[in-house]
Write a protein that binds this ligand. Sequence first.
Ligand SMILES: NC(=O)c1ccc[n+]([C@@H]2O[C@H](COP(=O)([O-])OP(=O)(O)OC[C@H]3O[C@@H](n4cnc5c(N)ncnc54)[C@H](OP(=O)(O)O)[C@@H]3O)[C@@H](O)[C@H]2O)c1
Length: 294
Amino acid sequence: MILITGATGQYGNIVVNLLLRKGINKYQISGLGRDAEKASKLKDNGIRIVTGDYDNYASLVHAFNGIDKLLFVPGRDLDKRILQNGNVVKAAEEAGVNHFVYASLESKNETNSSPLWMIAEAHLRTEQLLRESGLTYTILKNNLYMDFIPDFIGKDVLQTGTIYLPAGAGKISTALRSDMAGAAAEVLTSTGHENKVYNITNIEAYSYLDIANYLSEISGKTINYISPAPEEFAETWKRAGVASRVIEITVGFAQAQAQGDLDRISQDLYRLLKRTPVSLKDYLRQFYLHQARQ
Ligand SMILES: NC(=O)c1ccc[n+]([C@@H]2O[C@H](COP(=O)([O-])OP(=O)(O)OC[C@H]3O[C@@H](n4cnc5c(N)ncnc54)[C@H](OP(=O)(O)O)[C@@H]3O)[C@@H](O)[C@H]2O)c1
């Protein structure tokens, strides 16, 4: 039995659907959700639904009973993540899970000097816990979901004409969430991934200047890139009413990119997908094409 946590979320739900598409019997797939009503929607797939909350250790041990492979997709509550992830790893050990697959974060700087430390710390502690546990594990270190790029540069960037982010000339090897979910589905359905760490990145990296130039090319409009100081950027977004956590995370990714932490090129995603991951250019063309034609 394979169990996917976060099955009500975007990444987890894609993994469930990919497992079904790979021919895994629906009775061999479980989806964990914390909200029984929300999770019940997954029943349309015919998979088994279990409820459990990362805050509730006993619920996790109960949910993980009889599970062979488990994909742990952490929650988004950064303040609770260290405790929650500890609960999940310990519960998997207690329940006797055979293989624990963890959706982590990819960034070259794994010290507390990382601009992404508020996100990275819990991931790194969880990776450490896994290494110290008796569990067989696979760690999928995910670079930024490409799906967030339009949020960072502006869904209306063809109208504003400016990408405004404190990322300097740094590049990012971002990949689509669905491609990253594809890597997880492959690990869950094939062998040879025991105690391996994969860097889930794209096979090319782009700066925001590259993105501005590409958007100019496909739209016929001039798109500029301005890289302000992080403080100036934060102040500008704050005045625009953006939530402080969103600003903090956006600055974190931009600064990590500026420092060269997010431009690693690994072939791991390519190998797991057995195809080229969707490129940023293809994604941007598809996302902005409709607007560019107007
Ligand atoms: N690499 C990246 O760029 C990137 C970006 C954003 C996030 N992430 C990470 O990747 C994860 C998956 O991304 P996503 O886009 O699929 O996020 P998402 O749609 O928000 O999914 C998160 C899932 O975690 C579940 N969850 C949250 N807290 C829980 C708890 N206490 N107990 C049990 N389940 C809980 C959610 O359940 P509910 O449906 O009940 O809320 C949901 O199913 C995120 O949670 C985050 O850790 C990575």
